[in-house]
Design a protein around this ligand. Structure first.
Ligand SMILES: [Zn+2]
Length: 80
C-alpha cells in the first residue's frame, strides 16, 4: 500500500476496515458535465461503501472546503 497520499481517514463506519482510500477521478461524460472536471471520493476497499462524488467546484458551497478532496475526507469522517 502506497503512503504517498494518506489523508486522515477514519476506519470504515460499516465494516471497520482501515483499508480506505481517497480517489480522484476525471469526468469525461461531456453530456452531463464539463469534460475534464475532477471529483473525489473516499472508498472502502473491503465493502465498497463510498462517499458521493465531491466536485471541486461544489466544495466551497458545501462547507467552505478548498477542494473536493477536503470535502470527501470530511464526508467520510463524519459518517457513523
Ligand atoms: Zn467497509
Amino acid at each position: 500500500m502506497s503512503l504517498t497520499e494518506q489523508p486522515n481517514l477514519k476506519p470504515c463506519p460499516f465494516c471497520g476496515s482501515t483499508d480506505v482510500s481517497l480517489k480522484s477521478c476525471k469526468y469525461d461524460d461531456a453530456s452531463l458535465y464539463v469534460s475534464g472536471e475532477r471529483y473525489h471520493y473516499v472508498e472502502c476497499m473491503d465493502c465498497d461503501s463510498q462517499t458521493g462524488q465531491c466536485f471541486d467546484e461544489d466544495a466551497p458551497h458545501f462547507g467552505e472546503f478548498k477542494d473536493g478532496k477536503e470535502m470527501a475526507i470530511f464526508k467520510w469522517n463524519m459518517r457513523k
